[in-house]
Design a protein around this ligand. Structure first.
Ligand code: ZN
Ligand code: ZN
Length: 273
C-alpha cells in the first residue's frame, strides 16, 4: 500500500517531523509514501499561507527553502531503500494565480503533486478558523456552484493529473447545510467528471474524512461510482496525515472501495499495485 498524501511539519498546519512519519509508514510496511507539503501561492493570502517550515523554523516561502526541502526529502529517500519516498506537494489552486503554480512545478519538478480547492472567494473553506466565514454567508446552492466553478477551472488549467479530496467541501460545509449539500453536490458532479476524463485528470481517495466524523472517504462511494461511469480513474490514495499516528490510516478502506466500485486505476497508483 502507498500513502501519497502526508503533511510533515514543512506544512504550516503540521508539527510532525518527517522522520516520525517515515518510521510510522515503515512500521506498517507501506511500499511508498509521498509527503505533499502545502504550497499556497495565492497573492491575496500571502500573509496567511505562504510559508514553509524548514529546519524547524516557519519561514516565508522562497526558492532556497524549497531547495532545502527537496534535499531533505531526497536525503530521506536515500536512507530508506526498502520504502520509496517521493517528492511531492499539494497545491492550492485558484485561476488568478495558476501561472505561479505552473512556474513552481516547472522549476522544482516534483515526482507527484495534487491540486486542491482550499479557498472560495479567497476564504479558507478547509480551514477550521475561516470556513464559517464563507458558509454562513453562502447558500448551499451558491457554495456548490462556487466550488464546482473552481474545480472546473482547476481541471481545465491542465496543471494537475490528480485532484485532492474531490468533495472536500463537505468537511466544514456539511455542518452548515447537512444532506442538502450532498444532494446538490452529486447533482453537479457529472459534468466535472466528464471534463476530467476528457483532460486525463484523475482523483485521489483521501481517507481523512473518516477521521472527521464521516462514514466514507473523500470522495464518497456514490461519487466514486459516478466517476467510474464517466471514465475517471483513481490516481492516488492518501491519509492526509498531519501526525505520525495518522499515516496510513484507513488506506485499506480506500483500496476496498476501488475494488468494490471496479473503478480504473491510473498513475502513479497503478505503478504500486
Ligand atoms: Zn487539501
Ligand atoms: Zn492535504
Amino acid at each position: 500500500m502507498i500513502d501519497f498524501h502526508l503533511h510533515p511539519n514543512h506544512s504550516i498546519d503540521s508539527r510532525c517531523r518527517l522522520a516520525d512519519m517515515i518510521e510510522s509508514a515503515a512500521a506498517q510496511g507501506l511500499s511508498a509514501i509521498c509527503p505533499t507539503t502545502h504550497i499556497d501561492l495565492n497573492p491575496k493570502r500571502t500573509a496567511l499561507d505562504r510559508f514553509i517550515r524548514v529546519g524547524g523554523k516557519l519561514q516565508y516561502l522562497h526558492d532556497d527553502l524549497i531547495e532545502r526541502y527537496i534535499a531533505e526529502i531526497r536525503g530521506a529517500a536515500a536512507n530508506y531503500g526498502c520504502m520509496r519516498i517521493l517528492l511531492g506537494f499539494e497545491f492550492s489552486y485558484g485561476r488568478h494565480f495558476e501561472e505561479l503554480v505552473k512556474d513552481f512545478i516547472d522549476k522544482f519538478k516534483p515526482d507527484f503533486y495534487l491540486g486542491a480547492i482550499h479557498c472560495l472567494e479567497n476564504i479558507g473553506i478547509t480551514s477550521k478558523s475561516e470556513a464559517a466565514g464563507y458558509y454562513r454567508a453562502a447558500t448551499p446552492e451558491r457554495a456548490v456552484e462556487d466550488y464546482f466553478r473552481a474545480m472546473s477551472e482547476l481541471v481545465e488549467s491542465g496543471l494537475f493529473k490528480t485532484v485532492a479530496h474531490f468533495d472536500g467541501i463537505k468537511k466544514y460545509g456539511y455542518p452548515f447545510y447537512g444532506n442538502s449539500l450532498t444532494k446538490l453536490f452529486e447533482a453537479k458532479s457529472e459534468p466535472v467528471f466528464a471534463q476530467m476524463t476528457s483532460l486525463d485528470v484523475g482523483i485521489e481517495i483521501n481517507t481523512s474524512a473518516l477521521r472527521r466524523g464521516f462514514t466514507e472517504p473523500y470522495p464518497s462511494k456514490r461519487l466514486l461510482e459516478m466517476a467510474k461511469s464517466c471514465g475517471v480513474s483513481v490516481n492516488s490514495v492518501g491519509s492526509d496525515a498531519h501526525s505520525a499516528e495518522e499515516v496510513g490510516r484507513d488506506l485499506e478502506t480506500a483500496y476496498r472501495l476501488i475494488d468494490e466500485c471496479g473503478i480504473s486505476v491510473g498513475k502513479p497508483l497503478s505503478d504500486f499495485l
